[in-house]
Every structure is written in C-alpha cells, then in structure tokens.
Design a protein around this ligand. Structure first.
Ligand code: UDP
Length: 376
C-alpha cells in the first residue's frame, strides 16, 4: 500500500506505483490524503494512476496537529480493511510521519522512499527534518536516494542490512515525463520557450520562509524584473494563500513577470529545461534542474541535498533580498560564472530508482534478489 498526499510525493511515488503494477509478486493499493487536491490529481493523471482510497484530510488553514490526527483517524480503518503486507511512504511531510507511525502501531512494515535526507537542523526545514527522522525510526526498509543519505542513516545507528541505495525516483519521473514531450498550454510561456527567450524560473513555498523572508523574495523579483527587462521571470505560484499574499503584490504590473497557477508537471519540466537560471526553495527542483544542466540558486540557509552543491550546479543563497538580486544578476551577466554552474550532473539518480525499489521490496516480502546499489 502506498500513501501520499502532496504534489512532490505524487511525482516521486508514481514511478514506483507504475513498477509495482507490473510486478508478478506484488499487488498495489494506493491511498491519497488529498493534501494538495488539484496538484495531486494533475500528477496522477500524467502517470495514469487512479487512487483506491481518498482520505480527504485537507482543509484550508488547518494546523499540523489537526492534519496529523485526521491521517491517523482516517488511515486506520483502511489499514484494517486492506491489511497490506507493507506500507510505502515517500519523503518527509506530516502525512508521511503520521502514516508510518499508524502502520507501525499495526505492525505493518514501513518502507521509506527517499530515506536518509538530513539538514542537521531539526527546525529547518520545518517540520520536514523532524518528520523524516521520526519515519526512519519506525521503518523496516530504508530506500536511500544517494550514498550520502545512506551514510546519514548509518550515523543514526540504522541497521545497514535494511538500507538500499536506489537513486531518487524523481529522476525516473522526470525522464518519463520529458520523453512524452507534453505541450505547454499557457501562451505566455509557449512563445518564449519556443523562441529560446532568457527565462528565470522561480518557485517558493517553504514554511520556514513564510512572512518577512518571502516578502524579500517578492521585492528582489521586482528589482530583477526592472533591471533585466529582456529576461522573462516565470513564477508558478504555489496554491498556499500565505505564499501568494507575501510575493505576488510585489510583482504586479510588471510586463516581464508571468505569474501562473501551479504548472502541470509536464509543462513545468519543459519550462525548466528551457530556463536560463532556476531560483527556488524546492527540494524536488534542486534534484531535477541539475540533471537538465541548469544553474540552481536555492533560497535556503541549508540543504539536505548536498550532492549538487558539491558538484557546483547548486548554490545556497538564503533569502536576503540584496543577495538574491546579486546572485541572479551575476549569472545573467557573467558568462564565466554561468558556465561554471551550468553543467549537467546526475548525482540524484539514473532513472532506475523504481526498479531498485521494487527489487528491494520483493526481497523484503517474497525473498527476491536485490539489484546493485546506485553509486551516485
Ligand atoms: N512542480 C510542478 N509544477 C510547478 C512547480 C513544481 O510540477 O508549478 C514540480 C517540480 O518539478 C518538482 C515538484 O513539483 O518535481 C516540487 O514540488 P514542491 O516544490 O512543491 O515541493 P518540494 O520538492 O520542495 O517538497
């Protein structure tokens, strides 16, 4: 049984669910929590997944404790009814922490996809760092995306025989989607992408940046738009109203800023592949853009994804307004600085993470052979 709730979870579990459906030994049951309703449906559609259960836990403005308690209350009867042999969760949302504890209490083995990411600061990202540590504590199988994430788990005394390095399934999803060449439906984007315009792609949603930091991001974007009139700033706005209210007023009325609703995954990946620079606080985008050879500036103080920072394609720049203006400006004007960062690197996966995950699952449940680890 796979439980997931948000867009990034959906993108990263989709290759595993598709692979599960072709396994002769395993049967797939999917449960969505409905945390990001429309964004989730978009992803399920691209991958042809029709969820078996929907817990419908989402309500505007609800706190994390209410969300957690709803997952416990509504998942438990589904566990009782389906009696799965294992429960798969992905990543570090509050849904993941609640679902894995609920399964543990029912003595159902928990399989954690994208296990072992650590920022080292329990408050940042919040609440994700705590959620992923809680999930590691109750998991029977840890599917770590990289050798670094495996080392993080071993440092916490997780039994090595329960850790498999798979690569990140986001790369499987990206390759599957890019291969489909899905159309860009928004004419404000289709034209510039076709013409090879200079594009700054921006996404921002992290909870720890809500408030003053996000206002600063909005002001920085306005200054960049005014300073670089030939650069198109594309901002797919996250659905969260707190994010929208902080950023959007600052960029209103600027002709070279295109604010969109969250883009369908196929469309987003095409715009990303056509971008000059990516400015983001997203985890998934930090993993995808390097494999497309795009320089990524990350608006955070730390990252649990050091691999592309080490490879030189990702730089952590924080959320200071002036720093954002300076760092983006440098990449747009200094060819050498740009060339140093614009290297296609694949430290996060080779597109075979789902196959390794299924092999590890079959090994756990039906004694199949594991595949060799992803080596990074
Ligand atoms: N994404 C998308 N449409 C958008 C923005 C992002 O499909 O308009 C995808 C992106 O390619 C990545 C994932 O959503 O795979 C990242 O989601 P998000 O930034 O919400 O979450 P995080 O990765 O930070 O947990």
């Amino acid at each position: 049984m796979t439980v997931y709730g948000t867009r990034p979870e959906a993108i990263k579990v989709a290759p595993v669910i598709r692979a599960l459906e072709t396994s002769p030994h395993l049967e797939s049951v999917t449960v969505v929590t409905g945390q990001h309703r429309e964004m989730l449906d978009q992803v399920n559609e691209i991958f042809g997944i029709i969820p078996d259960h929907d817990l419908e836990v989402f309500a505007h403005g609800q706190g994390l404790n209410v969300l957690m308690s709803k997952v416990f209350e509504r998942l438990d009867p589904v566990l009782e009814q389906e009696r799965p042999d294992a429960l798969i969760v992905q990543g570090d949302t509050s849904t993941v922490a609640a679902a894995s504890i609920a399964a543990f209490y029912r003595q159902i083995p928990v399989v954690h996809l994208e296990a072992g990411l650590r920022s080292g600061d329990i408050h940042s990202p919040f609440p994700e760092e705590a959620n992923r540590k809680l999930t590691s504590q109750v998991s029977a199988l840890h599917l770590a995306p990289t050798p670094t994430s495996k080392q993080n788990l071993l440092r916490e005394a997780i039994d090595e025989s329960t850790v498999v390095v798979t690569g990140n399934t986001v790369i499987d999803a990206l390759l599957h989607t890019v291969d489909q060449g899905l159309p860009i439906s928004d004419p404000r984007l289709a034209g510039p992408v076709k013409e090879g315009a200079s594009i700054l792609l921006v996404t921002s949603h992290r909870r720890e940046n809500w408030g003053g930091a996000m206002e600063g991001v909005g002001r920085a974007l306005r200054r960049l738009a005014e300073h670089f009139p030939d650069v198109l700033i594309v901002l797919p706005a996250h659905r969260n109203p707190i994010v929208r209210e902080a950023v959007l007023p600052h960029v209103r009325g600027l002709s070279n800023v295109v604010v969109t609703e969250p883009l369908a995954y196929g469309e987003f990946t095409r715009v990303m592949a056509a971008s000059t620079v990516v400015l983001t606080d997203s985890g998934g985008v930090q993993e995808e853009a390097p494999s497309l050879g795009k320089p990524v500036l990350v608006m955070r103080e730390n990252t649990e994804r050091p691999e592309a920072v080490d490879a030189g394609t990702v730089r952590l720049i924080g959320t200071d307004e002036q720093r954002i203006v300076d760092e983006v400006g440098r990449l747009l004007t200094d060819k050498d600085a740009y060339a140093q960062m614009a290297n296609a690197v694949n430290p996060y996966g080779d597109g075979r993470a789902a196959a390794r995950s299924i092999a590890a699952l079959e090994h756990l449940l039906v004694d199949g052979a594991r595949l060799p680890d992803f080596e990074g």
